[in-house]
Design a protein around this ligand. Structure first.
Ligand SMILES: O=C(O)CCC(=O)C(=O)O
Length: 238
């Protein structure tokens, strides 16, 4: 896992957490998804504003969900993911933020190709890892992750894909790889690794919990600049 992560900027683990913990997380996850009041301010549609009258979220993103539901971060997933990340990137790695990204049934909205670092401020220490945990079985048609092996630590030019929606950049799709997973499995990707997921064209939800890790000193730097990953979605790094 470490060799793959360091060489290509992503890797996968078929099983991070047992089924019973997947079930515990699903319960908390669905409560948050169904509670617009508690999640207000941290919640948005990665698919963009679209027809605001319809009020249908295509890709629900809830930032820092463990701030409103602390039971989430006592789940073993947080400890296990951190252990793997420390093995791969060093013992000074810490959780920076968590988020939920749900693709509702039949919403057919891709998460466009992007590098996470485009959303972040510039940081002198560029180590980072996002652990993307599948809470449902994921495959191409419901929106499993796709990656392009990382070549360097340059940020490509990004734009907003739709008004208020996710950022995107051009990518060479000929070398993209999809990573299907069973529920409880996960991928890890670096902030400079290009990634994407197709829209969900199935009749079930596609629930993912994402934990982002970086060096403790870089989290302190972000916080000193007012960045805590609850703010607006924008290009911070060019
Ligand atoms: O869940 C998705 O569709 C996209 C996730 C993503 O972009 C990320 O975890 O950085």
């Amino acid at each position: 896992m470490k060799e793959n992560f360091l060489k290509q900027g992503f890797t996968k683990l078929d099983r991070l957490i047992p089924d019973v913990e997947v079930e515990n997380l699903r319960k908390l996850y669905d409560e948050l998804l169904n509670d617009r009041k508690r999640t207000a301010g941290l919640r948005s549609d990665l698919g963009g504003k679209g027809d605001s009258k319809a009020n249908v979220e295509k890709i629900t993103q809830i930032m820092r969900p463990s701030m409103i539901e602390p039971k989430l971060s006592s789940n073993i997933a947080y400890t296990l993911a951190l252990d793997h990340v420390r093995d791969m990137l060093g013992v000074d790695m810490e959780l920076d933020f968590d988020m939920l990204i749900n693709k509702a049934p039949q919403t057919s909205t891709p998460t466009p190709w992007h590098q996470d670092a485009a959303y972040w401020i510039k940081m002198p220490d560029k180590r980072s890892a996002s652990c993307w945990i599948a809470l449902d079985e994921v495959y191409e048609d419901n929106g499993c992750m796709w990656f392009i092996p990382k070549e360097n630590e340059q940020i490509k030019p990004h734009k907003h894909y739709t008004e208020g929606g996710a950022l995107y950049c051009e990518a060479d799709l000929s070398i993209a790889k999809s990573v299907p997973l069973k529920a409880g499995g996960c991928t890890f990707h670096d902030g400079f690794t290009l990634h994407f997921s197709k829209g969900n064209t199935t009749n079930s939800q596609r629930r993912a919990l994402i934990l982002n890790f970086r060096p403790k000193k870089m989290i302190e730097l972000e916080r000193s600049q007012g960045v805590d990953h609850t703010g607006e979605r924008k290009i911070r790094n060019k």
